[in-house]
Ligand binder design. Structure first.
Ligand SMILES: [Zn+2]
Length: 142
C-alpha cells in the first residue's frame, strides 16, 4: 500500500480489500457444503478466478463486497470515503468493468455466472438468498 493513504484511509481500505476468506464467502461455502454441494475455490484458470466453481452444475459463484465491487442501488447505502472521492469512484468503476468483462468471458465458455452481494447475506436476507442460490444451482444441473 502506497504512502498516499492516511492511517484512517489505510485501515478503511484494508478492511475492505477482497480477502480470500471473507465472512460472506464463508457463509456461502458452509451453506452449500452442508447441502452436499462440492466446489473448487478460487480457480485461477478461469476468468476472474471465481470464488466457487461447481463443475457439475456448470456454475461459478462470485461473492462480492458491495463497496469494492460497486454494488449499484445497494440498500446498505455504501458511502465513498470523503477524501479522494474521485479517485475512489474511478477505482471502483474499474473493478465493475472488470467484473462485467470476466463474467462475459465465463458465459462465453459456457459457465453460468452467479453473483452474490455482501448485502444479500446480511442476517435479514441471508436465508432467502442462499435458498435462491440452491434453486438456481439445481436448475443449472442437467
Ligand atoms: Zn449491496
Amino acid at each position: 500500500m502506497a504512502d498516499i493513504f492516511s492511517e484512517e484511509q489505510r485501515s478503511y481500505v484494508m478492511s475492505r480489500i477482497k480477502n480470500k476468506d471473507t465472512r460472506p464467502e464463508l457463509m456461502v461455502r458452509k451453506y452449500l457444503h452442508a447441502r452436499g454441494f462440492r466446489y473448487r475455490l478460487h480457480n485461477k484458470k478461469l476468468p476472474g478466478s471465481p470464488d466457487l466453481v461447481l463443475k457439475k452444475y456448470r456454475s461459478v459463484i462470485f461473492v462480492h463486497g458491495c463497496f469494492w465491487h460497486g454494488h449499484k442501488h445497494c440498500k446498505t447505502g455504501i458511502r465513498l470515503p470523503k477524501t479522494r472521492t474521485e479517485w475512489w469512484k474511478e477505482k471502483i468503476a474499474k473493478n465493475r468493468r472488470r467484473d462485467i468483462k470476466k463474467a462475459a468471458e465465463l458465459l462465453n465458455l459456457g459457465w453460468n455466472v452467479i453473483t452474490i452481494w455482501e448485502c444479500q447475506l446480511k442476517s435479514k436476507n441471508r436465508e432467502a438468498t442462499l435458498q435462491g442460490l440452491v434453486k438456481t444451482l439445481e436448475k443449472n444441473h442437467h
